[in-house]
Design a protein around this ligand. Structure first.
Ligand code: FES
Length: 352
């Protein structure tokens, strides 16, 4: 791979030819503000926040500008900071970004940049182009178009990662906004609820419903685990609130899923805290389930399995394992079937 060398903020960097200035800056730990750029999707060049000066004069968007040998890049000076402030003010003026009433308060890239550049929220709170809020997705997503900055990350997450192409841009000029397929409400669209659009949204325009009203972003505690559902082994950052309830699942970038999740990993964790979970063994007596002790239940199962095995052989028994158990529990079940019962008749609900 051909290499190039150039300076960023006076520091000499070496990089592969073909990469953009922003990519190389981020690789080298140099932070350049950006909103529409996300490493998981193709470049858009829409927000203009990533502007840098090249050779002391040209102001270019670093997310779309390929780096070339010998250039001198300045990521921020007084003039660029002033331009960034203006861009942020413009983005705010187009929508309704009152953080107090925003579901993404504390977890919003736009908010963080406004804080950094000392940009105040507009007082009126009433957007120029009012866009409909969409609460039609019963399970997963809440949409507030007034918080959208048209960065296009959701459109690309849906089209390029999930390959579902539900989100797109509709309308023209100042009336442009993000729409779901055939301009339907998201709940009536072909959305498969992977939630990747919400994960990539840099504002509160698309949020994950399970967390709403259950805890503010800075109160949530993160623990990383493996999804229990299928054999891919997606790595998930699970968030619990102050009461210890699981409220949010975010794909972890270091797993085989590379940050992506399907509907089950994203939203299928409610069973963990369901009050319908069985907490004690039940034995059916006279057609009715009755609570029993673990010893009693295990003895009953062991004796019945022994009887069936001696009468009909080990292959007359099968076990069907569950995605809602841990991987360790599933491992133990297959070991039990093979080593204790003596059959390979074991399967898992993820193969349905
Ligand atoms: Fe470069 Fe948005 S990050 S234009």
């Amino acid at each position: 791979m051909e290499k190039i060398q150039f300076t960023i903020d006076g520091r000499m960097v070496t990089a592969e030819k073909g990469k953009t200035i922003l990519e190389i800056a981020l690789e080298n730990g140099i932070d350049v503000p950006h909103l529409c750029y996300h490493p998981k999707v193709s470049k858009t060049g829409a927000c203009r926040l990533c502007i840098v000066k090249i050779n002391g004069q040209m102001v270019k968007t670093s997310c779309t500008e390929p780096a070339i040998n010998g250039i001198d890049v300045v990521t921020e000076d007084e003039e660029i900071a002033e331009l960034r402030k203006g861009i942020l003010e413009f983005l705010l003026s187009e929508g309704d970004h009152n953080c107090l009433y925003c579901d993404a308060n504390g977890d919003c890239e736009l908010q963080s940049l406004c804080f950094k550049y000392n940009v105040e929220m507009p007082q009126s709170g009433y957007p120029k182009n009012y866009r409909e809020k969409d609460d039609s997705s019963s399970l997963g997503l809440k949409i507030d178009g007034n918080k959208c900055i048209l960065c296009g990350r959701c459109v690309k997450a849906c089209g390029e990662i999930q390959l579902n192409r539900v989100w797109d841009f509709g309308g023209r000029g100042s009336h442009a906004h993000v729409v779901s397929d055939l301009w339907r409400h998201i709940g009536d669209s072909n959305c498969v609820l992977c939630g990747q659009c919400a994960q990539l949204c840099p504002t509160g325009a698309i949020t994950l419903k399970p967390v709403l009203g259950k805890g503010l972003s800075w109160e949530l505690k993160k623990e990383t685990s493996i999804c229990t559902y299928c054999g891919v082994g997606c790595k998930i950052d699970f968030y619990t609130n102050k009461e210890g309830k699981l409220v949010k699942a975010i794909g972890n970038d270091t797993g085989p899923n590379k940050g992506h999740l399907c509907v089950k990993g994203r939203f299928g964790f409610d069973f963990v805290q369901s009050d319908k979970r069985l907490k004690k063994p039940l034995i059916k007596r006279n057609g009715k389930f009755e609570e029993a002790s673990w010893d009693e239940a295990l003895d009953l199962v062991a004796n019945k399995l022994k009887d069936i095995k001696s009468q009909y052989g080990p292959d007359s028994i099968m076990a069907f394992s569950s995605a809602k158990c841990t991987n360790e529990e599933n491992y133990i079940l297959q070991k039990f079937m093979r080593a204790v019962i003596g059959t390979n008749n074991v399967d898992h609900c993820a193969r349905l």
